[in-house]
Structure formats: structure tokens, C-alpha cells
Design a protein around this ligand. Structure first.
Ligand SMILES: Nc1ncnc2c1ncn2[C@@H]1O[C@H](COP(=O)(O)OP(=O)(O)OP(=O)(O)O)[C@@H](O)[C@H]1O
Ligand code: SF4
Ligand SMILES: [Mg+2]
Length: 322
């Protein structure tokens, strides 16, 4: 495994304004709030968190399609805004959740996979060879080359989407829930394919998922997001087995079956996911936190270095697996 950091973000925030109109400036809120991360070449960073926690907004910034309001993102040590659209597309590519809406049903498999090659000026003969090689790598039969998107199964469509993402040989792939729209029987096949392709092409993945079992299987590192902030970050194997932050503990406890060996609390979160436009004061998790202290409603906890990596909670003891 390389030590080279291929993707990093430093204090990245993204503000949106909602409800703006004539004579109305609307309300601004931070969908992503001061996120710092880094990923080494060939590794996978998973981003997890409840719906609305800011995962896709962060992914869109890492893909360069949404500029950060604050902070910097660097790819290969170079600021992302120093890349033009074409050169960025050669280093980072997306794979989305829903292969039904992300593929044009009026295009054939060949047309879909070769589209990025045409944009980048690849000669026709070379294009055909590369499309065929890519179809082979993602496990698509060549007899499907002239089929249309709507003639394919969900799993085949996601293989086409993966082939299109990889045909320019990017270094980084941002996968936003890449298996969650697929039948359960197909999910494992696509996941195994992504693992094989990571090895074959030395890819680096940002992998957004709700499925912590999948994250455990695929990711070296994990960032747990809550209301726009990364509240715990570190080695996936450690965070998933010895979570430090109360939110991660509850998330794991509610998702995984109770396991006495893990010592996870059998507690439920209080209340629902807060309104991001009016986030709670102090620690954003305090209204739902089973361990909150009076101080938590007032002071935002600083990021603390832990045995896992980082956690934002006043109760977290530095360097321990408590
Ligand atoms: N373009 C936009 N304009 C205004 N608000 C937005 C915009 N994009 C996202 N949001 C809001 O930002 C917040 C974070 O959204 P985001 O899609 O990043 O969450 P997510 O973690 O990906 O959720 P999910 O798990 O449901 O996909 C949400 O409250 C969402 O409504
Ligand atoms: S800082 Fe307080 S409210 Fe926030 S997670 Fe820690 S104990 Fe809970
Ligand atoms: Mg999302």
C-alpha cells in the first residue's frame, strides 16, 4: 500500500441558501461543515451517516462539480480548482446509486462506454479496443455491446456505469451508494467487482454507503458524518469495533445485531434527525445523545485525537478504546 496521499480536503464547507426570492434573502445553512480528510493511493475511504448528513454534497465537491464555499480540496497535491474539466475527468470519476437514471436508455452499451473517450479525442480504432477491454474487465459479455440501456438488468447497467467511469483510467472513483439500488443477490457481485477493479487498476475509492457491513468489507478508513460534520474518523476496522463517539456507537448498535463482544450500548437515539437549517447549539448531536452533559448544549466539542483517529466529543479520552 502506498503512502502517497491522492485526495485531501482541508476544512471544506459548503453553504446553501434556501427560500430566497424577491425581497427575501433566504436562509443559509452549511450542508458540509469544516471537513478535513485524506486518502492514500489504492485505499478506500467510506463515508457513512444518516440521510441528509452531507455525504453527497461532500462527494460532489470531491468530484469538482460543486465548489466548496470554504476550504481546499487537492488531488495529487494540486488544488482541484487548478484542473480544467477535461483533466479533472481523467483523475476522478463518479459511480452513482441508480444505474437506471444515470445511463441514457437511447444509447448502446458501446456508445455509453466510449463517450468519455470521444470527449478526450481518442481515435476510433483505439476506442473500440478500449471499450471491449473495459467490458471484459467489468464482466460484461461482448454480445451486449450493441444493446440499449433499457435492455439490461440492474446489475448489467451498473457494470456499464463502472466501465464508463473507468475507461479513462482515473486514479480516484467516488462511489455514491453504488449497490443500494440493486437486488440483494446482485449487490455482492458488484461489490466484489469493485474490489477486484481496485486491485487491477490501483484505484482509490471514496465509498458512500448506509451499509456498515459493506463498509467493513471494502474500506480501510471511515468518516462518520452527522449534520454536515465528520464526528469520527479513522481506521474502519477500529471504528466499527471500538467506536469512540456516542453517535457512532448508537449508529452501530442500531444497525448491527447486538453483539456482547463489541460492548455496544443497546440504546436508541432520542428524537429525529434535526433540521439542518437550524442546527442545535454546541455539540450538534446533543439533543439526541444518550450521554450528553449540560456543557454539550453550549460548547462545540473540539476534534480529539483517539486510538482510532479522531472524534469530536467531550467524553472521548485521547488515545483510548474506552
Ligand atoms: N443544491 C442544494 N440546495 C439546497 N440544499 C441542498 C442542496 N443539495 C443538498 N442540499 C441539502 O443539504 C443537506 C445534505 O444533503 P446531501 O444530499 O449531501 O445528504 P446525504 O448525506 O447524501 O443524504 P442521503 O443519504 O439521503 O443521500 C440536505 O439537507 C439537503 O436537503
Ligand atoms: S459532546 Fe456531549 S452531546 Fe456531543 S456526543 Fe459528546 S457527550 Fe454527546
Ligand atoms: Mg446522498
Amino acid at each position: 500500500m502506498s503512502d502517497e496521499v491522492v485526495l485531501s480536503c482541508d476544512n471544506v464547507s459548503r453553504t446553501f441558501v434556501v427560500g430566497a426570492g424577491f425581497m427575501n434573502r433566504g436562509r443559509a445553512f452549511k450542508a458540509v461543515d469544516r471537513v478535513s480528510l485524506s486518502i492514500r493511493r489504492g485505499e478506500t475511504l467510506a463515508i457513512v451517516g444518516e440521510s441528509g448528513s452531507g455525504k453527497t454534497t461532500l462527494a460532489r465537491m470531491l468530484l469538482g462539480v460543486l465548489p466548496p464555499s470554504e476550504g481546499t480540496i487537492a488531488i495529487g497535491g494540486k488544488p482541484i480548482d487548478g484542473y480544467d474539466r477535461l483533466s479533472l475527468a481523467r483523475v476522478v470519476q463518479p459511480i452513482f446509486q441508480d444505474p437506471y437514471s444515470s445511463l441514457n436508455p437511447r444509447k448502446t452499451v458501446e456508445q455509453i462506454i466510449e463517450a468519455p473517450l470521444i470527449v478526450h479525442g481518442t481515435a476510433a480504432a483505439d476506442r473500440t479496443a478500449r471499450v471491449r477491454r473495459m467490458m471484459d474487465s467489468v464482466g460484461l459479455s461482448l454480445r451486449l455491446i450493441h444493446s440499449y440501456g433499457n435492455q439490461l438488468s440492474g446489475g448489467q447497467r451498473q457494470r456499464v456505469a463502472i466501465a464508463r467511469a473507468l475507461v479513462m483510467q482515473p486514479a480516484i472513483v467516488v462511489c455514491d451508494e453504488p449497490t443500494s439500488a440493486l437486488d440483494v443477490s446482485v449487490q455482492a457481485q458488484i461489490l466484489n467487482l469493485l474490489v477486484d477493479l481496485r486491485q487491477e487498476f490501483n484505484l482509490t475509492y471514496v465509498f458512500i454507503s448506509h451499509d456498515l457491513g459493506v463498509v467493513d468489507y471494502i474500506a480501510a478508513d471511515i468518516a462518520v458524518m452527522y449534520l454536515g460534520q465528520v464526528i469520527e474518523y479513522g481506521k474502519a476496522a477500529n471504528v466499527l469495533r471500538h467506536p469512540q463517539h456516542p453517535y457512532t456507537k448508537v449508529l452501530l448498535g442500531s444497525v448491527l445485531s447486538p453483539d456482547p463482544d463489541q460492548g455496544l450500548p443497546d440504546v436508541q437515539m432520542k428524537g429525529g434527525f434535526p433540521d439542518i437549517i437550524n442546527p442545535p447549539s454546541g455539540c450538534r448531536f446533543h439533543p439526541r445523545c444518550p450521554s450528553s452533559l449540560p456543557l454539550c448544549a453550549v460548547e462545540e466539542p473540539a476534534a480529539r485525537v483517539t486510538a482510532n483517529g479522531m472524534a469530536k466529543c467531550v467524553l472521548v479520552a485521547s488515545g483510548s478504546h474506552a
